[in-house]
Design a protein around this ligand. Structure first.
Ligand code: PGA
Length: 252
């Protein structure tokens, strides 16, 4: 069974309410004729409710940029799965490299986020990736294996649509340096093999693995042409309606 491509826009800490409204409206329009792929956007928390209204009746998926494991309580600065679900959100980015490197989130903490999302029928997009130093010292696959095994510890996957991975090399995020399509494919194939060792083969073969890190209109087609690249997690280029429109209309 072919995996349905997923193009995900991560708006990060950007957009006023007016800008969010405009961008979400443009995305709905751009995605309206796309039946063979999924499009997701993750606005900042302040714009989730408003964007939820704009996405109502559209096929565009609403996601949060992070999610807590607990339902409610003393977790200052966090939002819970039921809070997101109340707005119609169905996915959440977890373990983004900015969460790891700027805010110090550990694999163990990210593992709790993944588990909490899945227990609440939210689809986590688990981000992993190596730094430049790790790549240059030939530690890329060891680092990824460690991140993936730790972030997915004690996680059971019964439905492959219930979990998404995103390979985001840290050196490619927001830098304009993209992994080549061959580099991305090599790592995605490695991740697929690792998932096969961790989960049932039929499940592992269907889990989507996105590439992220300076995806732009000019490189999306070649990246999406790779066998194990099942989508893209897009930051900067998702903030411009015309470039995101081109990216979601990729030809592979
Ligand atoms: P970028 O960000 O596309 O701006 O490199 C990707 C991401 O951080 O998810």
């Amino acid at each position: 069974m072919p995996r349905t491509p997923l193009i995900a826009g991560n708006w990060k800490m950007n957009t006023t309410l007016a800008e969010a409204e405009q961008l979400a409206t443009a995305t709905v329009r751009a995605a309206a004729d796309l039946l063979d792929r999924e499009v997701m956007i993750a606005p900042p928390f302040t714009a989730l409710a408003q964007v939820a209204d704009t996405l109502h009746d559209s096929t565009v998926i609403l996601a949060a940029q992070n999610i807590c494991w607990a339902e409610k309580g003393a977790f200052t600065g966090e939002i819970s799965p039921p809070m997101l679900k109340e707005l119609g959100g169905t996915m959440a980015i977890v373990g983004h490299s900015e969460r790891r490197h700027v805010f110090g989130e550990s694999d163990a903490l990210i593992n709790r986020r993944v588990a909490g999302a899945m227990e609440n029928q939210l689809v986590p997009i688990l981000c992993v990736g190596e730094t430049l130093e790790e790549r240059e010292s030939q530690r890329t696959t060891a680092v990824l294996e460690q991140q993936i095994r730790a972030c997915l510890a004690e996680i059971t996957v019964t439905d492959p649509a219930g979990l998404v991975l995103a390979y985001e090399p840290v050196w490619a995020i927001g830098t304009g340096k993209t992994a080549t399509p061959e580099q991305a494919q090599e790592i995605h194939a490695f991740i697929r093999k690792l998932l096969t060792a961790m989960f049932e083969k039929d499940i592992a073969s269907q889990i989507r693995i996105l590439y992220g890190g300076s995806v732009v209109p000019d490189n999306v087609d070649a990246l999406m042409g790779q066998e194990d690249v099942d989508g893209a997690l897009v930051g900067g280029a998702a903030l411009q309606a015309d470039s995101f429109e081109r990216i979601i209309h990729f030809n592979s």
